[in-house]
Design a protein around this ligand. Structure first.
Ligand SMILES: Cc1cc2nc3c(=O)[nH]c(=O)nc-3n(C[C@H](O)[C@H](O)[C@H](O)COP(=O)(O)OP(=O)(O)OC[C@H]3O[C@@H](n4cnc5c(N)ncnc54)[C@H](O)[C@@H]3O)c2cc1C
Ligand code: FES
Length: 336
């Protein structure tokens, strides 16, 4: 039996390794060609100290100079001493390039393209080989067929039968948008590079609030997909805001998640004043105190940059400081 360890590097690159329960995490990483910063390998210098965000493990032996008991209580670990007793997520305080880790590039094939509405396209890719590993909420860089450019897209599902899904706003004239809307066909080949990103679901310890703007819904669909599998005993509320009625998609999936995940509820909001929707305006107009739990909440926020900035300003003005706050901006590409 092995445990799956996600190693998150400082620059957002994530690599997964498999470690046996009797194996040092550093050895498992080294076996797979990843060089975590290391010096004494003896629990004496502290060079390999990392923060373990989730999972169970044994700490091994070490001296106070390498890591204090207080640090150990806060979740710090020495990877040269630690052995995983469950799947773990470990943050490495170094960039992936320093550790000679490149995000992996994989060939993929377009499996399905779904025009979900006038403004939104869903597509799925089939990835050959081992099931693709990523944390729910992360993204990959996808090559635009026929060009040398890539665009970033958050996974909108967990990997299933070798296929992963995405949700894309159709921007008229946009490079990837035009490809997906006009030329894409099942069987097209492209390359994905990743997974990357620090916007991913942490261990659920308190109520969650998900705030999604437009196709910023994508990473939350992957998180809900994961929550459906692992279960949760906390209240989880999503507020999903869009510009116009056509942007409101995948609500059937959200309704299904509400039936499958205990404690999950959601509401939708449309900004367009001409919409016939029940709740009009912005996400910030429809955020009751009840979903903020007096700040005892893990808040996840994803959408276009102006929406993310508006929510952050709104929370600051309201004096709400969530226990943890994670956000992702769907910033336009710089044409790479
Ligand atoms: C970490 C990350 C994750 C992302 N995940 C997703 C995702 O899951 N789904 C998704 O739809 N997008 C996502 N994006 C945005 C995505 O990477 C592209 O920027 C977007 O799809 C536009 O690509 P394009 O090739 O169609 O348009 P481009 O050819 O890049 O742009 C065409 C024109 O449209 C403008 N433009 C680009 N984006 C916008 C916008 N949002 N609003 C208005 N004008 C714009 C550009 O400045 C340019 O003038 C993500 C971005 C980041 C950084
Ligand atoms: S490498 Fe020195 S404590 Fe781990």
């Amino acid at each position: 039996m092995t445990h799956r360890i996600a190693l998150n590097f400082e620059d957002g690159v994530t690599r997964f390794i498999e470690a046996r329960p009797d194996e040092l995490v550093a050895d498992a990483a080294y076996r797979l060609g990843l060089n975590i910063p290391m010096d004494c390998r003896d629990g004496a210098c502290g060079t390999c100290k990392c923060h373990c965000e989730s999972g169970r493990y044994t700490l091994g032996s070490f001296i106070d100079d390498a890591m204090t008991d207080e640090e150990a209580e806060q979740g710090y670990v020495l990877t040269c001493q630690m052995k995983a007793q469950s799947d773990c997520v470990i943050n490495i305080p170094a960039s992936s390039s320093l550790c000679k880790v490149k995000p992996s590039s994989l060939p993929a094939t377009v499996a399905e393209i779904r025009q979900l509405s006038l403004s939104t396209i869903g597509f799925s890719l089939a990835v050959a080989g081992e099931p693709l590993s990523y944390l729910p909420g992360q993204y990959v860089n996808v090559s635009v067929p026929g060009t040398t450019q890539t665009r970033s897209y958050s996974f909108s599902s967990m990997s299933r039968d070798g296929a992963v899904e995405f949700l894309v706003r159709n921007i008229p004239g946009g490079l990837m948008s035009s490809y997906l809307a006009k030329r894409a066909a099942p069987g097209d080949g492209l390359t994905i590079t990743g997974p990357v990103g620090s916007f991913y679901l942490r261990e659920v310890k308190r109520p969650l609030l998900f705030l999604a703007g437009g196709t910023g819904l994508a990473p939350f669909l992957a998180m809900l997909d994961e929550l459906k599998n692992i279960g949760s005993d906390q209240p989880i509320h999503m507020i999903y805001g869009v510009t116009s009625d056509a942007d409101l998609v995948e609500t059937d999936k959200l309704t299904a998640f509400a039936a499958q995940i205990a404690g999950f509820t959601y509401s939708t909001i449309v900004a367009d004043p001409a919409s016939g929707h029940d709740r009009k305006g912005y996400v910030t107009n429809h955020m009751p105190d009840a979903v903020l739990h007096g700040g005892d909440v893990d808040l996840y926020l994803c959408g276009p940059p102006p929406m993310v900035d508006a929510v952050r300003t709104h929370l600051a003005e309201r004096g709400v400081v969530p226990k943890s706050f994670h956000f992702e901006k769907f910033s336009p590409s710089e044409g790479k």
